[in-house]
Design a protein around this ligand. Structure first.
Ligand code: FEO
Ligand code: CA
Ligand code: CA
Ligand code: CA
Length: 739
């Protein structure tokens, strides 16, 4: 094997003894903390059996997948292997307050969405509650389920006949479409503002399985208008606040709400990170007011925020029209970025600067204020996953910015991990997530990569002509521009990351890229494919995406160099050359998005959000038993792409992991029509899997002609419109999922 560092190979057959010891330790949560604290990753890495180590659960790592591959499906249901079942735990609109009526599923609610489950379920996690009401990693049968709502522009199902645009109800039906000018109805906009954000609900295990506790005092919503605190490093917090000043808080220390929460993070101390992804599309800049500075224009354009009224800037002027309700009621006027006041304290020109962060929430403290962690950078945050915690060592958080040609980032805490902080809530967050270093990734053709710190002391940032950074606080708020300056690698849309608990390797889904951005002459080693999908639904570029992975040098959170390879390439199994991972009928997939390792089984779960292969199958969840970075080989990709009638060819060398075959990669679940499969977690014993079904029926052209009727068609709630939902998956025999 020519790939560097491929000698770090752990032989699972030699280490029964070590695994037994570790499993015994892992069986007790307090000893598990000891393991993480005392022995830690450095100790684990020295064990010959590291490739088979799982850091949780009682079942041990899975060595073979224990279910037959689920066939591709176009059915309007969740399809599972034989012997598995699912139940809906909650769906869009469910009441989380006994005083709020059951969901009509006809769009007839009033403005009570801040007491209902939001829309577009996405990233999620479970937080167990001990007898004293405190956070525990032990399964107590009582937990808080936190779910992101990636509610986006298609809010039509919230209203009787769709969203109103230009005075016509139901006229607008496509995501991010243009709006006619004219005021939108206040009630519609309030409903939309409040179905965004995060749902936090108590769930309990009953004889019938996990159920939502509809009257729990822990049930709450964080919406697009919940007050949140702006936090950042001591040395730069005033520089940050200066960019957050609005007429709602002239000190810039507080703002309102969170938007488009996509992937998430669970911190080692037991809080939740809601990541803000496509927040840029909610703002408009109407005519008039003071002229924007060149820096304001440069930053707004780099983030896709409207910097001018629609006629002058159609590229960035799509919005939700929330600002159209009122120019004086700041629940609505805040969405208009026009510098119409005498200064930033008299208008909302800075409002978009308050979005694009990881938002920390303490799920078990219903009175706590969510916090925007500005030092983790401002971007289209997809998810934030942490390195394996090692006592006495800093923590790393890995983050993708999901848009075409955007970057992968990491934040490394200044504070070193102390397991005593478990259960420390937002105070622990203030310790770990306000001080540290922010990096962007460069993937090199050699198979190595480098983390480049985004700091003003780098002359490339200090002297960056397209945006003259005045201070380090601006680096955190205009992160994409700083990463541009240092030459980070443009990726094929970074979605979720995941960290393999067995060896600390970091995986990232790169969901896809289009023909305008990937052509045979515009590829690189980390994004090596440009091809044409010629059958059925046709597309070009890298329409099926891939999954990259890397191992930090020394498996250290603080490493500034790493070794990478490509774990899997998505493809249709019949594609020929582009099917580099040799996928077959039982495991071919397209557009990976959600990604997560089960600590109980070691299974790498892959979820798809696809539009390229949906003529053949709905989106899916696959299970993989991965190897490790360097277990494959160096390959030459032969690219051939036909776009706009012209054929282009080229070759690109890259590194690809060992082919898994259906023995180690298998389709587990296929979702309902038009849905995305996203969000995944499980109970520590690996016997209950929680999965989110987002936007079933998304491709409908109108409410009158639905694409999906799920889950109402399967007996959940009032039949009618399709709804996003969290499902729980169990085995009929009570066994471990996937094993
Ligand atoms: Fe919200 Fe990038 O998917
Ligand atoms: Ca096709
Ligand atoms: Ca996603
Ligand atoms: Ca996606």
């Amino acid at each position: 094997m020519s790939h560097p560092d491929s000698d770090l190979d752990c032989n699972p057959t030699d280490n029964r003894h070590f695994q037994d010891v570790i499993r015994e330790v892992l069986a007790s949560p307090s000893r598990r903390n000891l393991l993480r604290g005392g022995l830690g990753l450095a100790g684990l890495a020295m064990l010959p059996g590291c490739a088979s180590l799982a850091t949780g659960g009682s079942s041990g790592p899975v060595k073979a997948l224990g279910f037959p591959a689920t066939a591709k499906s176009l059915a309007d249901d969740v399809i599972l292997p034989p012997g598995y079942r699912y139940a809906v735990i909650h769906a869009t609109g469910d009441s989380l307050d006994p005083k709020v009526a059951a969901y009509s599923n006809a769009g007839t609610e009033t403005d009570d969405w801040s007491r209902r489950i939001g829309d577009h379920h996405d990233g999620m996690d479970v937080y167990f509650i001990d007898a004293n009401g405190r956070y525990t990693e032990r399964d107590t049968g009582r937990a808080v389920l936190v779910v992101n709502h990636e509610s986006s522009a298609d809010a039509h199902y919230m209203h009787p006949s769709g969203q109103t645009s230009g005075g016509v109800s139901g006229k607008k039906f496509t995501q991010f479409g243009d709006w006619d000018l004219g005021a939108r109805p206040e009630l519609e906009v309030l409903k939309e503002i409040n179905h965004h954000g995060v749902s936090i609900v108590e769930i309990v295990r009953t004889a019938q399985g996990w159920r939502m506790k509809g009257d729990s005092p822990l049930n709450r919503r964080v919406t697009a208008q919940t007050p949140v605190r702006i936090a950042g490093p001591r040395a730069h917090i005033e520089e940050i606040r200066a960019q957050m000043v609005t007429m709602w808080d002239t000190s810039g220390s507080m703002s309102r709400g969170t938007l488009n929460n996509c992937g998430h993070g669970k911190t080692p101390w037991g809080t939740y990170l809601a990541c803000e992804e496509n927040w840029a599309f909610y703002f408009q800049t109407t005519a008039g007011g003071a002229p924007l500075s060149p820096k304001e224009i440069a930053s707004r354009r780099r983030y896709g925020v409207a910097s001018a009224p629609p006629a002058a800037d159609r590229r960035t002027s799509i919005s939700q029209g929330w600002h159209t309700v009122s120019a004086t009621d700041d629940r609505f006027s805040r969405w208009n970025l026009v510098p119409g006041g005498a200064n930033a304290e008299r208008d909302f020109r800075h409002e978009a600067n308050t979005f694009g962060y990881n938002v920390e929430i303490d799920p078990l403290n219903a009175n706590s204020t969510p916090v925007k962690r500005v030092i983790m950078g401002r971007m289209a945050h997809e998810a934030a996953v942490h390195s394996l915690p090692v006592a006495g060592q800093p923590l790393a958080f890995y983050m993708g910015c999901d848009a075409r040609n955007e970057y992968i980032y990491k934040f490394v805490s200044a504070a070193v991990w102390d397991p005593k902080d478990i259960g420390g809530g937002i105070n622990a967050g203030d310790k770990y997530l306000n001080e540290g270093k922010l990096y962007a990734a460069r993937f090199d053709a050699s198979g190595k990569g480098e983390w480049i710190e985004l700091h003003l002391r780098d002359p490339r940032i200090a002297n960056y002509a397209p945006f003259r950074f005045a201070n380090q606080g601006e680096v955190y708020v205009h992160t994409r521009l700083a990463a541009d300056a240092v030459g980070a690698t443009k990726m094929d849309r970074p979605e979720w990351g995941a960290v393999n608990p067995r060896n600390g390797e970091v995986y990232f889904t790169l969901t896809n890229n289009n023909a305008a951005n990937r052509t045979p002459d515009r590829v690189d080693a980390a994004n090596p494919r440009a091809y044409t999908d010629t059958d059925g639904k046709k597309s070009a570029g890298n329409p099926n995406g891939h999954i990259i992975r890397f191992r930090e040098d020394g498996v250290a959170a603080t490493a500034t160099t790493f070794t990478w390879d490509i774990f899997l390439f998505g493809a249709e199994s019949t594609m020929g050359e582009p099917n580099l991972s040799r996928l077959s009928a039982g495991n071919d997939f397209s557009s990976p998005d959600g990604l997560w390792f089960s600590p109980a089984t070691g299974i790498c779960w892959i979820q798809t959000d696809d539009g390229a292969y949906t003529d053949v199958t709905n989106c899916m969840l696959l299970a993989a038993i991965p190897g490790q970075v360097g277990d494959g080989s160096k390959v030459t990709v032969n690219n051939r792409m036909v776009a706009n009638g012209a054929e282009r060819t080229g070759t690109q060398e890259t590194f690809i992991g060992a082919a898994l075959g259906e023995a180690r990669l298998r389709r587990f679940l296929v979702g309902p029509k038009g849905s995305e499969i996203t969000g995944i977690t499980e109970t520590p014993d690996g016997r209950t899997l929680f999965v989110n079904i987002q936007h079933p029926g998304e491709e409908a052209k109108s409410i009158a002609s639905p694409q999906s009727l799920w889950p109402g068609n399967k007996g959940y709630g009032r039949p009618g419109r399709a709804r996003s939902a969290t499902i729980v998956i169990t085995r009929d025999d009570g066994g471990v999922i996937g094993a």
